[in-house]
Design a protein around this ligand. Structure first.
Ligand code: NAD
Ligand code: TYD
Length: 345
């Protein structure tokens, strides 16, 4: 592994991964291939832009010619595919782009990897492919996929395609399924950056339904370490879950976040629930731990560290909240029914 194509590298996790790899491996070259959708931000990569080991190509993963041309030009041996439409609420409003990018785009990358004989194809997947997980159980990698939102269904479809390329063509593939990531550079449509930045602006925090849904909020750097380990030591054709292995209720996440900010709980506003909202995700991460990986943050530490980053980096998120985001926010929350404000009553 020497020349890695990081698709979707101008987004949240991809950009953190690029930083991680350039810091850790002085001999690797990284080419970011990204369509630059609303979720991308070249500010995420500003501090590596002068690194001679880094290059940026603007392109769509659904465009086979551009993908192949890029692979050839940079002598790519490995693809790590982060490129996706990634937000559940947007997939409910408009699934089209999810099917195109997450399913067809994955197919285009797999075909290019097969045709050009790449050393490795790694797919970034999500715990959401397992669907809602009842209390007392944690998903293992051999569980069947049971997605329940258009986003989760598009990601599960991609996983099945990736697996089929391993079985049918013997393409050297691996898949990681990550829990909810938080940390620097996350577009503020996702719950933690949305709530921190809303609180900093003195705006309400729209908690869906009763706020008792459970998520495993993991530090993005821990996730990147896990991907790195699977890239180097994972077994071909295998899936690896990546998360803290614990999960907390959304309301607890909100309390930690407000506590770290020193902000009032009166900002909490319970609003109409998300349709088909998965109540709980929970990952068993023993398989990755058996390779020697250990997350460095539990959910609480990850939330507190994330809050501090947004407090210290207003330059990064303020302009985002002025742009496309405003229109999205109005559509998503403008006419949403408010059920209750604050924790009392
Ligand atoms: P993101 O939305 O922040 O970034 C996605 C990036 O992909 C953007 O830079 C965007 O421009 C690019 N992109 C979108 N469509 C493209 C296309 N057709 N061609 C090329 N580039 C395109 O997403 P993220 O949160 O960083 O997630 C990255 C990956 O990790 C996704 O595959 C997502 O499903 C997966 N994942 C995310 C989480 C999470 O908590 N955010 C958890 C588990 C897995
Ligand atoms: P999100 O960050 O969208 O990730 P996902 O749905 O992919 O897990 O949401 C995380 C949790 O927070 C999820 O249970 C939905 C909830 N949520 C809210 O309560 N309010 C919001 O405004 C958002 C965006 C999410």
């Amino acid at each position: 592994m020497k020349n890695i194509l990081v698709t979707g590298g101008a987004g949240f996790i991809g950009a953190n991964f690029v930083h991680h790899m350039l810091n850790k491996y002085p001999d690797y070259h990284i080419v970011v291939y990204d369509k630059l959708t609303y979720a991308a931000n070249l500010n995420n990569l500003a501090d590596v832009s002068d690194d001679p080991r880094y290059a940026f190509v603007r392109g769509d993963i659904c465009d086979p010619e551009r993908v192949e041309e890029t692979i050839k030009k940079y002598d790519i041996d490995t693809i790590v595919n982060f490129a996706a439409e990634s937000h559940v609420d947007r997939s409910i409003m408009n699934p089209d782009a999810f099917i195109k990018t997450d399913v067809y785009g994955t197919y285009v990358l797999l075909e290019a990897a097969r045709k050009l004989g790449l050393e490795r194809y790694h797919q970034i997947s999500t715990d959401e492919v397992y669907g809602h997980i009842p209390a007392g159980y944690s998903s293992v990698e051999t569980d069947p996929v049971a997605p329940r939102s258009p986003y989760a269904a598009s990601k599960a479809s991609a996983d099945l395609l990736v697996h089929s390329y391993f079985i049918t063509y013997n393409l050297p593939v691996t898949i990681t399924r990550g829990a909810n990531n938080i940390g620097p550079y996350q577009y503020p449509e996702k719950v933690v950056p949305l709530f921190v930045t809303n609180a900093l602006e003195g705006k309400p925090l729209p908690v869906y339904g009763d706020g008792r849904q459970m998520r495993d909020y993991q530090w993005v750097g821990d996730h990147c370490e896990g991907i790195d380990l699977v890239l180097h030591q994972g077994e071909m054709g295998e899936v690896y879950n990546v998360g803290t292995g614990q999960e907390i209720e959304n309301l607890r996440m909100v309390e930690i976040l407000l506590d770290e900010l020193g902000a009032s709980r009166d900002l909490i506003q319970f609003v109409e629930d998300r349709p088909g909202h998965d109540r709980r995700y929970s990952l068993n991460v023993d398989k990755l731990k058996s390779l020697g990986w250990q997350p460095q943050h539990d959910c609480e530490a990850a939330i507190r560290r994330t809050v501090r980053w947004y407090v210290e980096n207003e330059w990064w998120w303020r302009p985002i909240k002025e742009g496309e985001f405003r229109e999205y926010y109005e559509k998503q929350y403008g006419s949403r029914k408010v059920l209750k404000t604050g924790l009392d009553g």
